[in-house]
Design a protein. Structure first.
Length: 65
């Protein structure tokens, strides 16, 4: 599996993931479980690969020379 997520993209994904996960603590009712979607950007940032980027032909990782 080739990396297709760059450094800046990873940072943004971690921030968005943490914000979404915080919904589990700060939102009441069933809406708080939408915060579990925060796991998706965190996991993709951790492994450095996004399947949707492959489908759309996007690559934010640095190119090797």
């Amino acid at each position: 599996m080739k990396t297709n997520i760059g450094y800046t993209d990873k940072i943004i994904r971690y921030i968005i993931g943490i914000i979404l996960l915080s919904m589990l603590l700060f939102v009441s009712g069933n809406a708080k479980y939408w915060g579990l979607l925060g796991l998706v950007p965190i996991i993709t940032a951790a492994i450095g690969f996004c399947p949707l980027y492959t489908i759309f032909g996007i690559n934010t990782a640095k190119k090797d020379k």
